[in-house]
Ligand binder design. Structure first.
Ligand code: FAD
Ligand code: DHB
Length: 393
């Protein structure tokens, strides 16, 4: 089998890239290790930058998002019994974010690919990107016991943090930067109305908490937890009690609780691999970088990598310019490092870091300063809505 771009991974990065390429007349085949149901069962991101939402529209998969998603013009930071609103729209000259779940983004992209007749192999085993330092790269895998080979011009490694693409690169060709945080996030999804109309990020002596949502009837909450905790340690009652203790009193008092329909623990990590291009293979999204979820940047960074790769591949095929491909890695990394910085900073600002009262005083001073200075609020807002995309020329 032959295609122009072989895409490994059918998460949001792989599916979005496939759709954008298809609209440009560039062929792709997607190879995914899991089933479509499994991919759709993962509850992850909930907040889309305006640029990510625009990209979904460009890919022809934005219709349901525009109907069912919620545009948010601000969010709140809660600390020391106070609640400070960050007015995203006013502070950024009109920019907002879209609350629409990653699950729904993925579902819409899968439907768009199916409607366009795109080829996707699910439940592929032993997937291998091969020959990417030469002129004839291939992706090979086992499907129903038979080995399949896909010959291609380029490989897009959209296979997430634990994927095979980054691991297939020679050690000496890649540099990785990493920070692992000594706590995790315990998240639940519940069929209850959200605690407040906008997201609340709460910094409390007992640890961080986040009130988010998927719709008017579906809420998503997170509390900082220990890395030793297991999901089974947390009954729903224990979760709700802990959440209430960390929220402002009025929010806690009006919180509607109910049975959880999903509960999971995610570790927190910062990670960047450099470069993101190896011969004819590109790393995209979580395959190349991870941010702690506090700034809501992971999915959005994946989307901005896809945007950049789509732009350079379009120029490559339209104008025959191979040189343009060299811009992919530096253009992505400039934006990635700034999002890494914001996510690391938000994480350090809002979580219980240690037992040292001095650390807490520094956090409270930072929160007080940033929420009371126009420059501070603007800094938070412009990072949260998403920094500008890097130009490609
Ligand atoms: P993935 O979604 O990981 O997709 C990779 C795909 O590749 C998977 O389907 C996987 O099965 C497949 N794969 C893996 N190995 C192979 C292989 N060997 N062969 C073939 N296929 C393979 N981001 C935000 O922007 N905003 C948020 O609010 C936010 N909140 C989050 C909350 C939580 C709890 C978590 C865990 C993450 C959150 N994120 C958020 C991050 C976001 O979910 C990820 O950044 C996003 O999923 C990255 O997409 P991706 O397509 O690059 O990778
Ligand atoms: C959600 C996740 C985040 O990491 C975040 O910063 C905001 C919202 C969510 O899952 O809704």
């Amino acid at each position: 089998m032959k295609t122009q771009v072989a895409i490994i991974g059918a998460g949001p990065s792989g599916l979005l890239l496939g759709q954008l390429l298809q609209r440009e007349g560039i062929s792709s085949v997607i190879v995914e290790a899991k089933s479509a149901e499994y991919v759709l069962g993962r509850i992850r991101a909930g907040v889309l930058e305006q640029g990510s939402a625009d990209l979904l529209r460009e890919a022809g998969a934005g219709e349901r998002m525009d109907r069912e998603g919620h545009v948010h013009e601000g969010f709140s930071l809660a600390f020391a019994g106070r609640r400070e609103r960050i007015d995203l729209k006013a502070l950024t000259g009109g920019k907002t974010v879209m609350v629409y779940g990653q699950t729904e983004v993925t579902r819409d992209l899968m439907a768009a690919r199916e409607a366009a007749g795109g080829v996707t192999f699910y439940e592929a085993r032993d997937v291998k990107p091969e020959g990417f330092y030469g002129d004839t790269p291939r992706v090979s895998f086992l499907k129903d016991g038979e080995r399949v080979d896909i010959e291609c011009d380029y490989i897009a490694g959209c296979d997430g943090f634990h994927g095979v693409c980054r691991q297939s690169v020679p050690r000496e060709a890649i540099t990785c930067f990493e920070r692992v945080y000594p706590f995790g996030w315990l998240g639940i999804l519940s069929r209850t109305p959200p605690a407040a109309p906008e997201l609340i990020y709460a910094s409390h002596e007992r640890g961080f908490a986040l009130c988010s949502m998927r719709s008017d009837t579906l809420s998503r909450y997170y509390v900082q937890c220990s890395l030793d905790d297991r999901v089974d340690d947390w009954s729903d009652d224990r979760f709700w009690d802990e959440l209430r203790r960390r929220l402002p009193e009025d929010v806690a008092a009006s919180l509607t609780t109910g049975p959880s329909i999903e509960k999971s623990i995610a570790p927190l990590r910062s990670f960047v691999a450099e470069p993101m291009k190896f011969g004819r293979m590109f790393l995209v999204g979580d395959a190349a970088h991870i941010v702690p979820p506090t700034g809501a940047k992971g999915l959005n960074l994946a989307a901005s990598d896809v945007r950049t790769l789509h732009r350079v591949l379009s120029i490559r095929y339209r104008e025959g310019r191979e040189d343009i491909l060299e811009q992919y890695s530096p253009a992505c990394l400039r934006r990635i490092w700034k999002a890494e910085r914001f996510s690391w900073w938000m994480t350090s600002l809002l979580h219980r870091l240690d037992d040292d009262p001095f650390s807490r005083r520094m956090q409270l001073a930072d929160l007080d300063y940033f929420t009371h200075s126009a420059a501070g609020r603007t800094t938070i807002a412009e990072n949260y809505v998403g920094l500008p995309y890097e130009p490609i020329a």
